[in-house]
Design a protein around this ligand. Sequence first.
Ligand code: ADP
Ligand code: MG
Length: 230
Amino acid sequence: MSSKGDILISGKDLWKSFTSGDDEVSIIKGLDFSLAQGESISIMGDSGSGKSTLLNLLSGLDCLDKGSLKWKERSIDNLSSSTLSSLRRSFIGFVFQSFYLVPDLTVYENLYLSAKIGSKNMSRDVIHKRIKKYIEKVDLKDREQHSVTTLSGGEKQRVAIARALICDPLIIFADEPTGNLDDHSSKEILELLLSLVEIEKKSLVLVTHNSDFAQYTNKKLFLKNGTFYD
Ligand SMILES: Nc1ncnc2c1ncn2[C@@H]1O[C@H](COP(=O)(O)OP(=O)(O)O)[C@@H](O)[C@H]1O
Ligand SMILES: [Mg+2]
Protein backbone atom coordinates (compact mmCIF):
# COMPACT_ATOMS: atom_id res chain seq x y z
CA MET A 1 0.00 0.00 0.00
CA SER A 2 1.31 3.42 -0.89
CA SER A 3 2.00 6.04 1.76
CA LYS A 4 -0.17 8.35 -0.37
CA GLY A 5 -3.96 8.09 -0.74
CA ASP A 6 -6.17 5.44 -2.25
CA ILE A 7 -5.02 3.58 -5.34
CA LEU A 8 -6.65 5.25 -8.34
CA ILE A 9 -5.20 3.16 -11.16
CA SER A 10 -4.10 -0.42 -10.83
CA GLY A 11 -2.90 -2.34 -13.87
CA LYS A 12 -1.75 -5.95 -13.70
CA ASP A 13 0.10 -7.94 -16.35
CA LEU A 14 -0.66 -5.46 -19.14
CA TRP A 15 0.12 -6.53 -22.70
CA LYS A 16 -0.20 -4.68 -26.00
CA SER A 17 1.08 -5.35 -29.48
CA PHE A 18 0.54 -3.72 -32.86
CA THR A 19 0.61 -5.26 -36.30
CA SER A 20 3.18 -3.81 -38.62
CA GLY A 21 2.96 -5.34 -42.11
CA ASP A 22 3.14 -9.08 -41.52
CA ASP A 23 4.73 -8.68 -38.12
CA GLU A 24 3.18 -8.39 -34.72
CA VAL A 25 5.26 -6.04 -32.58
CA SER A 26 4.90 -6.38 -28.84
CA ILE A 27 5.12 -2.95 -27.19
CA ILE A 28 3.91 -3.47 -23.61
CA LYS A 29 4.87 -6.84 -22.13
CA GLY A 30 3.35 -7.93 -18.87
CA LEU A 31 3.74 -4.60 -17.13
CA ASP A 32 2.29 -3.76 -13.69
CA PHE A 33 1.41 -0.19 -12.78
CA SER A 34 -0.24 1.56 -9.90
CA LEU A 35 -0.97 5.20 -9.14
CA ALA A 36 -2.18 6.51 -5.78
CA GLN A 37 -4.14 9.68 -5.05
CA GLY A 38 -1.72 12.60 -4.65
CA GLU A 39 1.18 10.65 -6.15
CA SER A 40 3.39 11.85 -8.99
CA ILE A 41 5.13 9.39 -11.29
CA SER A 42 7.43 10.17 -14.17
CA ILE A 43 7.86 7.80 -17.06
CA MET A 44 10.98 8.00 -19.15
CA GLY A 45 12.15 5.91 -22.07
CA ASP A 46 13.44 6.14 -25.62
CA SER A 47 11.26 7.37 -28.41
CA GLY A 48 9.07 4.49 -29.56
CA SER A 49 9.44 2.57 -26.29
CA GLY A 50 5.67 2.68 -25.70
CA LYS A 51 5.14 5.56 -23.27
CA SER A 52 2.15 7.07 -25.11
CA THR A 53 0.78 3.59 -25.77
CA LEU A 54 0.88 2.92 -22.05
CA LEU A 55 -0.99 6.16 -21.25
CA ASN A 56 -3.61 5.20 -23.83
CA LEU A 57 -4.03 1.79 -22.19
CA LEU A 58 -4.20 3.18 -18.64
CA SER A 59 -6.82 5.73 -19.71
CA GLY A 60 -8.89 3.16 -21.57
CA LEU A 61 -8.41 4.97 -24.88
CA ASP A 62 -6.84 1.84 -26.29
CA CYS A 63 -7.70 -1.81 -25.57
CA LEU A 64 -5.43 -4.22 -23.79
CA ASP A 65 -4.54 -7.50 -25.48
CA LYS A 66 -4.28 -9.07 -22.06
CA GLY A 67 -4.23 -7.99 -18.43
CA SER A 68 -6.56 -6.24 -16.06
CA LEU A 69 -7.07 -2.63 -15.21
CA LYS A 70 -8.93 -1.02 -12.33
CA TRP A 71 -9.89 2.59 -11.77
CA LYS A 72 -10.29 2.87 -8.03
CA GLU A 73 -11.93 -0.45 -7.17
CA ARG A 74 -13.73 -0.81 -10.46
CA SER A 75 -12.56 -3.09 -13.24
CA ILE A 76 -12.75 -1.26 -16.56
CA ASP A 77 -11.93 -4.32 -18.67
CA ASN A 78 -15.43 -4.90 -19.96
CA LEU A 79 -16.98 -1.44 -19.97
CA SER A 80 -18.54 0.00 -23.12
CA SER A 81 -16.69 2.88 -24.73
CA SER A 82 -19.46 5.34 -23.84
CA THR A 83 -19.38 4.36 -20.15
CA LEU A 84 -15.60 4.59 -20.23
CA SER A 85 -15.66 8.05 -21.81
CA SER A 86 -18.03 9.45 -19.27
CA LEU A 87 -16.01 7.97 -16.36
CA ARG A 88 -12.77 9.18 -17.92
CA ARG A 89 -13.85 12.83 -18.08
CA SER A 90 -13.98 13.22 -14.34
CA PHE A 91 -11.05 10.86 -13.74
CA ILE A 92 -8.19 11.82 -16.07
CA GLY A 93 -7.27 15.13 -17.70
CA PHE A 94 -4.76 15.09 -20.55
CA VAL A 95 -1.96 17.45 -21.50
CA PHE A 96 0.00 16.83 -24.72
CA GLN A 97 3.23 18.05 -26.26
CA SER A 98 1.35 19.71 -29.14
CA PHE A 99 -1.26 21.47 -26.96
CA TYR A 100 -4.20 20.58 -29.29
CA LEU A 101 -6.05 23.85 -28.67
CA VAL A 102 -8.73 25.03 -31.09
CA PRO A 103 -6.99 27.69 -33.15
CA ASP A 104 -8.53 31.16 -33.43
CA LEU A 105 -10.85 30.62 -30.47
CA THR A 106 -9.98 32.63 -27.37
CA VAL A 107 -8.57 31.15 -24.18
CA TYR A 108 -12.01 31.47 -22.61
CA GLU A 109 -13.75 29.82 -25.58
CA ASN A 110 -11.31 26.91 -25.62
CA LEU A 111 -12.07 26.22 -21.98
CA TYR A 112 -15.80 26.73 -22.46
CA LEU A 113 -15.87 24.24 -25.31
CA SER A 114 -14.08 21.56 -23.27
CA ALA A 115 -16.33 22.10 -20.27
CA LYS A 116 -19.43 21.86 -22.46
CA ILE A 117 -18.25 18.65 -24.13
CA GLY A 118 -17.02 17.18 -20.85
CA SER A 119 -20.05 17.92 -18.75
CA LYS A 120 -23.24 18.42 -20.70
CA ASN A 121 -25.29 19.14 -17.58
CA MET A 122 -23.10 21.91 -16.25
CA SER A 123 -24.88 25.28 -16.41
CA ARG A 124 -23.34 28.27 -18.17
CA ASP A 125 -22.90 29.91 -14.77
CA VAL A 126 -21.02 26.99 -13.21
CA ILE A 127 -18.83 26.68 -16.30
CA HIS A 128 -18.07 30.40 -16.15
CA LYS A 129 -16.98 30.14 -12.51
CA ARG A 130 -14.76 27.15 -13.23
CA ILE A 131 -13.14 28.85 -16.20
CA LYS A 132 -12.38 31.92 -14.07
CA LYS A 133 -10.93 29.72 -11.33
CA TYR A 134 -8.62 27.76 -13.63
CA ILE A 135 -7.57 30.76 -15.72
CA GLU A 136 -6.43 32.32 -12.47
CA LYS A 137 -4.69 29.14 -11.39
CA VAL A 138 -2.61 29.01 -14.58
CA ASP A 139 -2.01 32.76 -14.36
CA LEU A 140 -3.60 33.78 -17.66
CA LYS A 141 -6.16 36.33 -16.48
CA ASP A 142 -4.84 38.99 -18.81
CA ARG A 143 -5.00 36.61 -21.79
CA GLU A 144 -8.56 35.39 -21.28
CA GLN A 145 -10.01 37.07 -24.37
CA HIS A 146 -6.96 36.55 -26.58
CA SER A 147 -7.02 34.11 -29.45
CA VAL A 148 -4.88 31.10 -28.48
CA THR A 149 -3.09 31.45 -31.82
CA THR A 150 -1.43 34.62 -30.52
CA LEU A 151 -0.05 33.02 -27.34
CA SER A 152 3.49 31.82 -26.67
CA GLY A 153 4.15 28.07 -26.36
CA GLY A 154 4.28 28.28 -22.57
CA GLU A 155 1.00 30.17 -22.46
CA LYS A 156 -0.64 27.64 -24.81
CA GLN A 157 0.45 24.84 -22.53
CA ARG A 158 -1.00 26.68 -19.53
CA VAL A 159 -4.34 26.90 -21.38
CA ALA A 160 -4.08 23.17 -22.06
CA ILE A 161 -3.48 22.52 -18.36
CA ALA A 162 -6.52 24.63 -17.43
CA ARG A 163 -8.50 22.64 -19.99
CA ALA A 164 -7.29 19.36 -18.47
CA LEU A 165 -8.58 20.56 -15.10
CA ILE A 166 -11.95 21.88 -16.21
CA CYS A 167 -13.92 18.72 -15.34
CA ASP A 168 -12.01 18.47 -12.04
CA PRO A 169 -10.30 15.11 -12.69
CA LEU A 170 -8.36 13.27 -9.98
CA ILE A 171 -5.44 12.55 -12.32
CA ILE A 172 -3.40 14.45 -14.90
CA PHE A 173 -1.65 12.54 -17.68
CA ALA A 174 0.98 14.81 -19.21
CA ASP A 175 2.63 13.31 -22.29
CA GLU A 176 5.90 15.18 -22.91
CA PRO A 177 4.23 18.49 -21.95
CA THR A 178 7.47 20.44 -22.23
CA GLY A 179 8.65 18.83 -25.48
CA ASN A 180 7.90 21.96 -27.53
CA LEU A 181 8.95 24.58 -25.01
CA ASP A 182 12.10 26.53 -24.21
CA ASP A 183 13.91 25.91 -20.92
CA HIS A 184 12.25 28.74 -19.04
CA SER A 185 8.69 27.83 -20.06
CA SER A 186 9.42 24.15 -19.46
CA LYS A 187 10.34 24.87 -15.84
CA GLU A 188 7.19 26.96 -15.39
CA ILE A 189 5.03 24.15 -16.76
CA LEU A 190 6.75 21.56 -14.56
CA GLU A 191 6.23 23.76 -11.50
CA LEU A 192 2.58 24.26 -12.37
CA LEU A 193 2.00 20.52 -12.76
CA LEU A 194 3.80 19.75 -9.50
CA SER A 195 1.78 22.44 -7.71
CA LEU A 196 -1.40 20.62 -8.74
CA VAL A 197 -0.09 17.58 -6.87
CA GLU A 198 1.06 19.57 -3.84
CA ILE A 199 -1.88 21.94 -3.50
CA GLU A 200 -4.81 20.25 -5.21
CA LYS A 201 -3.78 16.67 -4.33
CA LYS A 202 -4.07 15.62 -7.95
CA SER A 203 -2.15 12.57 -9.13
CA LEU A 204 0.29 13.14 -11.97
CA VAL A 205 1.76 10.85 -14.61
CA LEU A 206 4.47 12.79 -16.38
CA VAL A 207 6.08 11.39 -19.53
CA THR A 208 9.33 13.26 -20.02
CA HIS A 209 12.74 13.04 -21.64
CA ASN A 210 14.12 15.42 -19.05
CA SER A 211 15.77 13.41 -16.26
CA ASP A 212 16.13 16.56 -14.13
CA PHE A 213 12.36 17.02 -14.20
CA ALA A 214 11.77 13.36 -13.39
CA GLN A 215 13.68 13.84 -10.11
CA TYR A 216 10.85 16.01 -8.80
CA THR A 217 8.21 13.30 -8.96
CA ASN A 218 7.60 10.76 -6.17
CA LYS A 219 8.49 7.84 -8.41
CA LYS A 220 10.61 7.55 -11.54
CA LEU A 221 10.04 4.69 -13.97
CA PHE A 222 12.00 3.83 -17.09
CA LEU A 223 10.21 1.97 -19.88
CA LYS A 224 12.34 -0.37 -21.95
CA ASN A 225 11.55 -3.56 -23.87
CA GLY A 226 7.93 -3.31 -22.81
CA THR A 227 8.53 -3.24 -19.08
CA PHE A 228 9.64 -0.92 -16.27
CA TYR A 229 13.04 -0.46 -14.74
CA ASP A 230 13.25 1.71 -11.58
N1 ADP B 1 -1.93 2.52 -33.41
C1 ADP B 1 -0.75 2.00 -33.70
N2 ADP B 1 -0.58 1.11 -34.70
C2 ADP B 1 0.62 0.57 -34.96
N3 ADP B 1 1.74 0.85 -34.26
C3 ADP B 1 1.65 1.73 -33.26
C4 ADP B 1 0.40 2.35 -32.91
N4 ADP B 1 0.61 3.17 -31.85
C5 ADP B 1 1.93 3.07 -31.55
N5 ADP B 1 2.54 2.20 -32.39
C6 ADP B 1 3.95 1.83 -32.33
O1 ADP B 1 4.26 1.45 -31.01
C7 ADP B 1 5.56 1.89 -30.65
C8 ADP B 1 5.46 2.73 -29.40
O2 ADP B 1 4.85 3.97 -29.73
P1 ADP B 1 4.59 5.09 -28.66
O3 ADP B 1 3.80 4.53 -27.56
O4 ADP B 1 4.03 6.26 -29.37
O5 ADP B 1 6.07 5.41 -28.15
P2 ADP B 1 6.63 6.61 -27.28
O6 ADP B 1 5.46 7.40 -26.79
O7 ADP B 1 7.42 5.97 -26.18
O8 ADP B 1 7.52 7.40 -28.19
C9 ADP B 1 6.11 2.62 -31.87
O9 ADP B 1 6.92 1.73 -32.58
C10 ADP B 1 4.88 2.99 -32.63
O10 ADP B 1 5.16 3.08 -34.01
MG1 MG C 1 4.91 9.37 -27.11
